[in-house]
Ligand binder design. Sequence first.
Ligand code: DGL
Length: 269
Amino acid sequence: MTNTALTKILIFDSGVGGLSILQALQETLPDCEYIYASDNEAFPYGTKSAEFLITRVQRALQVLIEKTQPHIVVVACNTASTLVLPHIRRHFTIPIVGVVPAIKPAAQQSKSKVIGLLGTPGTVTRGYTKGLIEEFASDCEVVSVGSSELVILAEQALRGVSPPQTVLRSLLKPLFDKRQLDTIVLACTHFPLVKKQLIDAFPRRVNWIDSGEAIARRVSSLLDSQPPTTTQKKTTSNTAIFTMQSADLDCLQYILKKFYLKRLEYIQV
Ligand code: DGL
Protein backbone atom coordinates (compact mmCIF):
# COMPACT_ATOMS: atom_id res chain seq x y z
CA MET A 1 0.00 0.00 0.00
CA THR A 2 2.19 2.82 -1.19
CA ASN A 3 -0.11 4.84 -3.41
CA THR A 4 -1.81 7.24 -1.00
CA ALA A 5 -4.20 8.47 -3.72
CA LEU A 6 -5.80 5.04 -3.71
CA THR A 7 -5.85 4.68 0.04
CA LYS A 8 -9.13 4.89 1.88
CA ILE A 9 -8.98 5.71 5.58
CA LEU A 10 -11.94 5.34 7.91
CA ILE A 11 -11.85 7.64 10.94
CA PHE A 12 -14.22 6.74 13.73
CA ASP A 13 -15.36 8.68 16.80
CA SER A 14 -18.48 9.14 18.88
CA GLY A 15 -18.89 12.69 17.63
CA VAL A 16 -16.90 15.42 15.93
CA GLY A 17 -13.72 14.91 18.01
CA GLY A 18 -12.10 12.75 15.37
CA LEU A 19 -12.00 15.80 13.09
CA SER A 20 -8.92 16.89 15.06
CA ILE A 21 -7.28 13.65 13.92
CA LEU A 22 -8.62 14.04 10.38
CA GLN A 23 -7.02 17.48 10.28
CA ALA A 24 -3.60 16.07 11.19
CA LEU A 25 -4.04 13.26 8.66
CA GLN A 26 -5.06 15.60 5.85
CA GLU A 27 -2.00 17.77 6.52
CA THR A 28 0.33 14.76 6.31
CA LEU A 29 -1.50 12.61 3.77
CA PRO A 30 -3.58 14.99 1.64
CA ASP A 31 -4.12 12.54 -1.20
CA CYS A 32 -5.89 9.80 0.75
CA GLU A 33 -9.63 9.37 0.61
CA TYR A 34 -11.22 9.90 4.02
CA ILE A 35 -14.44 8.59 5.44
CA TYR A 36 -15.37 10.25 8.69
CA ALA A 37 -17.79 8.26 10.83
CA SER A 38 -19.50 9.55 13.95
CA ASP A 39 -21.55 7.29 16.19
CA ASN A 40 -23.68 10.26 17.19
CA GLU A 41 -26.55 7.96 18.18
CA ALA A 42 -24.47 6.65 21.12
CA PHE A 43 -22.71 9.95 21.89
CA PRO A 44 -21.19 10.63 24.40
CA TYR A 45 -18.97 7.60 24.93
CA GLY A 46 -17.21 9.01 28.01
CA THR A 47 -20.04 8.20 30.38
CA LYS A 48 -20.93 4.75 28.96
CA SER A 49 -20.09 1.39 30.54
CA ALA A 50 -17.24 -0.78 29.27
CA GLU A 51 -19.67 -3.56 28.29
CA PHE A 52 -21.80 -1.20 26.25
CA LEU A 53 -18.84 0.36 24.45
CA ILE A 54 -17.12 -2.92 23.54
CA THR A 55 -20.29 -4.24 21.87
CA ARG A 56 -21.27 -0.92 20.34
CA VAL A 57 -17.93 0.00 18.79
CA GLN A 58 -17.44 -3.49 17.36
CA ARG A 59 -20.91 -3.45 15.82
CA ALA A 60 -20.52 0.06 14.42
CA LEU A 61 -17.14 -0.80 12.89
CA GLN A 62 -18.54 -4.01 11.42
CA VAL A 63 -21.24 -2.07 9.56
CA LEU A 64 -18.84 0.72 8.55
CA ILE A 65 -16.08 -1.57 7.30
CA GLU A 66 -18.54 -3.67 5.29
CA LYS A 67 -20.03 -0.54 3.75
CA THR A 68 -16.87 1.45 3.03
CA GLN A 69 -14.12 -1.19 2.60
CA PRO A 70 -11.32 0.98 4.01
CA HIS A 71 -7.61 0.09 3.96
CA ILE A 72 -7.02 1.41 7.47
CA VAL A 73 -9.27 2.27 10.40
CA VAL A 74 -8.36 5.00 12.85
CA VAL A 75 -10.31 4.81 16.10
CA ALA A 76 -10.04 8.55 16.73
CA CYS A 77 -11.41 8.32 20.23
CA ASN A 78 -9.39 7.86 23.41
CA THR A 79 -12.44 6.65 25.30
CA ALA A 80 -12.97 3.80 22.85
CA SER A 81 -9.33 3.04 22.06
CA THR A 82 -8.27 2.65 25.70
CA LEU A 83 -10.90 -0.06 25.99
CA VAL A 84 -11.79 -1.79 22.75
CA LEU A 85 -8.57 -2.06 20.74
CA PRO A 86 -7.67 -5.65 21.74
CA HIS A 87 -11.25 -6.80 21.01
CA ILE A 88 -11.54 -5.18 17.60
CA ARG A 89 -8.00 -6.13 16.55
CA ARG A 90 -8.94 -9.77 17.20
CA HIS A 91 -12.13 -9.36 15.22
CA PHE A 92 -11.01 -7.45 12.10
CA THR A 93 -8.09 -8.20 9.81
CA ILE A 94 -7.38 -4.70 8.44
CA PRO A 95 -4.89 -2.43 10.28
CA ILE A 96 -6.47 -0.49 13.13
CA VAL A 97 -4.75 2.55 14.61
CA GLY A 98 -5.97 3.67 18.03
CA VAL A 99 -5.72 7.11 19.62
CA VAL A 100 -4.59 6.90 23.24
CA PRO A 101 -3.47 9.59 25.73
CA ALA A 102 -0.07 11.12 24.80
CA ILE A 103 1.35 10.46 28.25
CA LYS A 104 4.78 9.34 27.05
CA PRO A 105 5.69 12.55 25.16
CA ALA A 106 4.17 14.64 27.96
CA ALA A 107 6.36 12.95 30.59
CA GLN A 108 9.40 13.32 28.34
CA GLN A 109 8.78 17.02 27.69
CA SER A 110 7.73 18.10 31.18
CA LYS A 111 10.50 19.83 33.11
CA SER A 112 8.63 20.11 36.41
CA LYS A 113 7.40 16.50 36.17
CA VAL A 114 3.89 17.61 37.07
CA ILE A 115 1.49 16.97 34.20
CA GLY A 116 -2.23 17.30 33.68
CA LEU A 117 -4.42 14.71 32.01
CA LEU A 118 -7.63 16.07 30.51
CA GLY A 119 -9.89 13.36 29.13
CA THR A 120 -13.36 11.90 29.47
CA PRO A 121 -14.40 10.29 32.79
CA GLY A 122 -14.00 6.93 31.03
CA THR A 123 -10.49 7.57 29.73
CA VAL A 124 -8.94 8.99 32.90
CA THR A 125 -10.14 6.05 35.03
CA ARG A 126 -9.25 3.23 32.62
CA GLY A 127 -6.75 0.55 33.58
CA TYR A 128 -5.10 1.12 30.19
CA THR A 129 -4.48 4.79 31.00
CA LYS A 130 -3.14 3.91 34.46
CA GLY A 131 -0.81 1.44 32.74
CA LEU A 132 0.49 4.21 30.44
CA ILE A 133 1.17 6.40 33.47
CA GLU A 134 3.00 3.58 35.28
CA GLU A 135 5.05 2.72 32.23
CA PHE A 136 5.94 6.16 30.91
CA ALA A 137 5.31 8.71 33.67
CA SER A 138 6.29 6.96 36.88
CA ASP A 139 8.59 9.92 37.66
CA CYS A 140 5.72 12.40 37.26
CA GLU A 141 2.80 13.57 39.33
CA VAL A 142 -0.26 13.24 37.09
CA VAL A 143 -3.32 15.35 37.88
CA SER A 144 -6.39 13.96 36.09
CA VAL A 145 -9.57 15.76 35.12
CA GLY A 146 -12.37 13.74 33.49
CA SER A 147 -15.02 15.88 31.86
CA SER A 148 -17.91 15.04 29.58
CA GLU A 149 -19.08 18.63 29.84
CA LEU A 150 -16.01 19.74 27.90
CA VAL A 151 -16.80 17.17 25.20
CA ILE A 152 -20.27 18.65 24.81
CA LEU A 153 -18.86 22.20 24.79
CA ALA A 154 -16.50 21.18 21.96
CA GLU A 155 -19.42 19.73 20.00
CA GLN A 156 -21.25 23.03 20.43
CA ALA A 157 -18.18 25.05 19.49
CA LEU A 158 -18.11 23.30 16.10
CA ARG A 159 -21.77 24.24 15.71
CA GLY A 160 -20.85 27.89 16.23
CA VAL A 161 -21.49 28.27 19.99
CA SER A 162 -18.38 29.37 21.89
CA PRO A 163 -17.73 27.72 25.26
CA PRO A 164 -18.11 30.22 28.13
CA GLN A 165 -14.73 31.19 29.61
CA THR A 166 -16.08 30.93 33.16
CA VAL A 167 -17.09 27.30 32.59
CA LEU A 168 -13.73 26.45 31.02
CA ARG A 169 -11.89 28.12 33.90
CA SER A 170 -13.76 26.12 36.50
CA LEU A 171 -13.18 22.88 34.55
CA LEU A 172 -9.46 23.61 34.39
CA LYS A 173 -9.17 24.77 38.01
CA PRO A 174 -7.71 21.52 39.43
CA LEU A 175 -4.92 21.79 36.85
CA PHE A 176 -4.43 25.52 37.31
CA ASP A 177 -4.21 25.09 41.10
CA LYS A 178 -1.17 22.84 40.68
CA ARG A 179 1.32 25.66 40.36
CA GLN A 180 4.19 23.48 39.14
CA LEU A 181 2.20 21.82 36.38
CA ASP A 182 3.84 22.66 33.03
CA THR A 183 2.22 20.21 30.56
CA ILE A 184 -1.37 19.23 29.78
CA VAL A 185 -2.32 16.15 27.76
CA LEU A 186 -5.47 16.62 25.70
CA ALA A 187 -6.57 12.99 26.07
CA CYS A 188 -9.83 13.37 24.18
CA THR A 189 -9.93 14.07 20.47
CA HIS A 190 -12.64 16.68 21.03
CA PHE A 191 -10.37 18.91 23.09
CA PRO A 192 -7.88 20.07 20.42
CA LEU A 193 -10.92 21.52 18.64
CA VAL A 194 -11.23 24.05 21.49
CA LYS A 195 -7.53 24.36 22.26
CA LYS A 196 -7.46 28.10 21.61
CA GLN A 197 -10.33 28.65 24.06
CA LEU A 198 -8.62 26.38 26.61
CA ILE A 199 -5.37 28.36 26.31
CA ASP A 200 -7.33 31.60 26.80
CA ALA A 201 -8.99 30.17 29.93
CA PHE A 202 -5.67 29.02 31.41
CA PRO A 203 -3.71 32.19 32.14
CA ARG A 204 -0.35 30.49 32.58
CA ARG A 205 1.95 29.19 29.85
CA VAL A 206 1.90 25.41 29.67
CA ASN A 207 2.69 22.88 26.96
CA TRP A 208 -0.53 21.43 25.48
CA ILE A 209 -0.02 18.00 23.92
CA ASP A 210 -2.40 16.03 21.75
CA SER A 211 -2.09 12.88 19.65
CA GLY A 212 -2.85 14.26 16.18
CA GLU A 213 0.64 14.44 14.70
CA ALA A 214 1.73 11.12 16.21
CA ILE A 215 -1.28 9.40 14.68
CA ALA A 216 -0.59 10.97 11.29
CA ARG A 217 3.01 9.71 11.50
CA ARG A 218 1.81 6.24 12.48
CA VAL A 219 -0.68 6.03 9.60
CA SER A 220 1.93 7.41 7.26
CA SER A 221 4.43 4.74 8.25
CA LEU A 222 1.76 2.07 7.88
CA LEU A 223 1.21 3.28 4.35
CA ASP A 224 4.93 3.04 3.83
CA SER A 225 5.01 6.43 2.14
CA GLN A 226 6.95 9.63 2.54
CA PRO A 227 4.88 12.51 3.95
CA PRO A 228 4.39 14.97 1.08
CA THR A 229 6.24 18.27 1.29
CA THR A 230 3.12 20.28 0.48
CA THR A 231 0.46 20.94 3.10
CA GLN A 232 -2.18 21.63 0.49
CA LYS A 233 -5.30 19.59 1.11
CA LYS A 234 -6.87 17.54 -1.61
CA THR A 235 -9.97 18.93 -3.21
CA THR A 236 -11.93 15.80 -4.12
CA SER A 237 -14.76 14.89 -1.82
CA ASN A 238 -14.72 12.71 1.26
CA THR A 239 -17.72 11.25 3.05
CA ALA A 240 -19.16 11.83 6.50
CA ILE A 241 -21.31 9.07 7.96
CA PHE A 242 -23.52 9.42 11.05
CA THR A 243 -25.44 6.75 12.92
CA MET A 244 -28.43 9.01 13.56
CA GLN A 245 -30.18 11.67 11.53
CA SER A 246 -30.53 14.83 13.51
CA ALA A 247 -31.49 18.41 12.71
CA ASP A 248 -28.45 19.80 14.49
CA LEU A 249 -26.17 18.21 11.88
CA ASP A 250 -27.17 21.12 9.63
CA CYS A 251 -25.08 23.36 11.89
CA LEU A 252 -22.06 21.17 11.15
CA GLN A 253 -22.21 21.44 7.38
CA TYR A 254 -19.85 24.40 7.18
CA ILE A 255 -17.20 22.66 9.26
CA LEU A 256 -17.61 19.34 7.42
CA LYS A 257 -17.01 21.13 4.11
CA LYS A 258 -13.74 22.51 5.48
CA PHE A 259 -12.57 18.89 5.66
CA TYR A 260 -13.92 18.17 2.16
CA LEU A 261 -16.59 15.98 3.75
CA LYS A 262 -19.07 16.86 1.06
CA ARG A 263 -21.21 13.74 1.05
CA LEU A 264 -23.38 13.00 4.07
CA GLU A 265 -24.69 9.48 4.72
CA TYR A 266 -26.42 7.61 7.52
CA ILE A 267 -26.10 4.05 8.70
CA GLN A 268 -28.00 1.98 11.19
CA VAL A 269 -25.98 0.20 13.86
N1 DGL B 1 -13.70 12.02 21.34
C1 DGL B 1 -13.73 11.00 22.29
C2 DGL B 1 -12.39 10.76 22.98
O1 DGL B 1 -11.35 10.99 22.39
C3 DGL B 1 -14.87 10.82 23.25
C4 DGL B 1 -15.92 11.78 23.50
C5 DGL B 1 -17.16 11.15 24.13
O2 DGL B 1 -17.98 10.66 23.37
O3 DGL B 1 -17.28 11.13 25.35
O4 DGL B 1 -12.33 10.32 24.08
